[in-house]
Design a protein around this ligand. Structure first.
Ligand SMILES: [Zn+2]
Length: 301
């Protein structure tokens, strides 16, 4: 009855935990609000693991996805927008309390790993998983393993500058990272909202913009067209360097109907090749990719 893998997605507002069987099927799932305090978060995770194991009737290794990384230099969490995790050795503290090894990884890498393992990128050798949400991130999986890199930032294309900028895209808006004109300032949900408002004077949410596109609204459609072209430019620089087989789109913006197909079509204008074979696809597991990928951080039992 052992032989499960446990995945936890420690998000900014909710913690989600699942137990996967040896073949990757889901045995059970629990969701609780995220405590906004480090000690309370540790306690919540220990409690979640205990509940999962009772319900799934087994035990196994634990993988945790976080909105940040554990620094290879200090062993402490950095770059997390769940700021109460910053400066703590989350993997060590959890391993101690759970009395087993724990792997902690950036949530964008977990997304990419999930989609590469049994999602929209299954069977592909090189998968680039893209998060287009409140922020813009990404992760790279090569032959089923996350590529982390020397700084653990492999795939973090959101803080590259928007490539081939037009005059009205320069110098771009300030980004929280300290630079201007980052890909994230254009391709996040708030980035689309700002662009649409600047052009139309309407302060609409991405959801409202999406609805208006369906109703043939000119301003919304124009903002979406600019978004697709910018997405294609941003992805083209990734393709020129990494040349992935598949790009999987995730995050709230990936729910725009036909975004993957439109980005695929626009990519050909920008990639340094005569024929783009890289496929751009929507994710398969939706919001569950993060937690599934965390479980996939461990090999099958
Ligand atoms: Zn930035």
């Amino acid at each position: 009855m052992s032989g499960i893998r446990i995945g936890i997605d420690l998000g900014g507002t909710k913690v989600e935990a699942i137990a996967l069987g040896p073949d990757g099927t889901e045995r059970c799932r629990i969701r609780v609000p995220t405590p906004r305090d480090y000690e309370a978060s540790l306690e919540a995770l220990v409690e979640l693991v205990a509940r999962l194991e009772r319900e799934a009737g087994g035990t196994g290794p634990v993988g945790v996805g976080i909105p940040g990384t554990v620094s290879p230099v200090t062993g402490l969490v950095k770059n997390a927008n769940s700021t109460w995790l910053i400066g703590h050795p989350l993997d060590k503290d959890l391993a101690e309390r759970l009395r087993r090894p724990v792997r902690v990884m950036n949530d964008a890498n977990c997304f990419a790993l999930s989609e590469a393992s049994d999602g929209a990128g299954a069977g592909a050798s090189v998968v680039f998983g893209v998060i287009l949400g409140t922020g813009v991130g990404g992760g790279v999986v090569v032959d089923g393993r996350p590529l982390q890199g020397a700084q653990l930032i492999a795939g973090e294309w959101g803080h590259n500058p928007l490539p081939w900028p037009t005059d009205d895209e320069r110098p771009g808006l300030p980004c929280y990272c300290g630079k201007r004109g980052c890909v994230e300032t254009f391709l996040s949900g708030p980035g689309l909202e700002r662009d649409h408002e600047r052009a139309t004077g309407r302060a609409w949410t991405t959801r409202r913009i999406a609805e208006a596109i369906g109703q043939e609204d000119g301003g919304a459609r124009a903002a979406y067209a600019r978004y697709v072209d910018r997405l294609a430019r941003g992805l083209a620089t990734v393709v020129n360097v990494l040349d992935p087989d598949v790009i999987v789109l995730g995050g709230g913006m990936s729910n725009f109907p036909s975004l993957a197909e439109d980005a695929q079509a626009a990519l050909a204008s920008w990639v340094f090749t005569d024929h783009v074979r890289t496929r751009v696809v929507k994710n398969l597991h939706g919001d569950s990719s993060g937690v599934r990928g965390a479980a996939w951080l461990w090999p099958a039992p």
